[in-house]
Design a protein around this ligand. Structure first.
Ligand SMILES: [Fe+2]
Length: 244
């Protein structure tokens, strides 16, 4: 399986704060059947001042460490960009890491604030499409506004955004409201991929299989596999066979 969203790089955001913890996360991902993890530190200018260039050295150091330990986990550098005006500046400076390119559109892991979907979000997303960027919206099922009114995501899906559910939401790790909202998005066929959004071993571990198994029960094995394997591979520009 391929995990498109996780926080493993030590000391760059609210993910692991020690190298040891970061390695444990990578080991747990391998144990869960993940062969490739895209590390997606928060790119959130008013809170975490990470950029594509500032993250590069930390990423390479971590990659080297995993190699030295012989851990069979490929990693790539991505980022989770917060929807706020300052982020657009970073995009224009080519300082936001993308996940990949599909059909001429760069794919951006985009996070809304947790409490709401700000006024003007549609215009922000419209601007991204103008720049040939397709947002993959991170964990919409955990957004408070979407939990109350999941229909609120419809305009974004109709604009062409893809949705990423957190695997743990389907396993009940984020409570009943997130679970029900996740089911709603699945029923609407709005969900493109599942990912772990792992941050730590205790509360947010890198477990993708539990989400895949839940999707399997709800939608069948074929679609569940596409959500954790084929679609992520396509986003990353890998052939399906290479990760099958
Ligand atoms: Fe995240």
């Amino acid at each position: 399986m391929i995990d498109l969203h996780c926080h493993f790089i030590p000391n760059v955001d609210d993910g692991p704060q020690t190298v040891q913890e970061a390695v444990e996360l990578a080991e747990a991902a391998v144990a869960d059947g993940i062969s490739l993890s895209v590390l997606t530190p928060h790119v959130h200018p008013t809170r975490y001042r990470n950029t594509r260039s500032s993250l590069q050295a930390e990423f390479e150091a971590f990659q080297k460490l995993l190699k030295l330990r012989g851990l069979p986990l490929d990693i790539r550098l991505g980022g989770e960009m917060r929807l706020e005006p300052e982020s657009l500046e970073l995009i224009l400076q080519e300082e936001v890491p993308f996940l990949g390119t599909v059909d001429g559109y760069r794919i951006l892991l985009l996070e809304f604030p947790h409490q709401l979907i700000p006024v003007g979000s549609e215009a922000f997303v419209g601007k991204l499409f103008d720049l040939k960027i397709r947002p993959l919206i991170a964990h919409p099922e955990r957004n408070k506004s979407a939990m109350t009114r999941p229909e609120r995501l419809r305009p974004f899906v109709e604009m062409g955004c893809w949705l990423q559910l957190t695997a743990g939401s389907l396993a009940g790790r984020f409570g009943e409201a997130a679970y029900k909202t996740a089911l709603y998005f699945l029923e609407q066929e709005w969900v493109w991929v599942l990912a772990t959004d792992a941050h730590n071993m205790k509360h947010r571990p890198p477990l993708l299989s539990e989400g895949r198994d839940a999707a399997n029960r709800l939608l069948g094995a074929d679609l569940a596999r596409r959500m954790v394997q084929e679609r992520p591979a396509r986003i990353l520009g890998l052939t399906e066979a290479a990760r099958a």
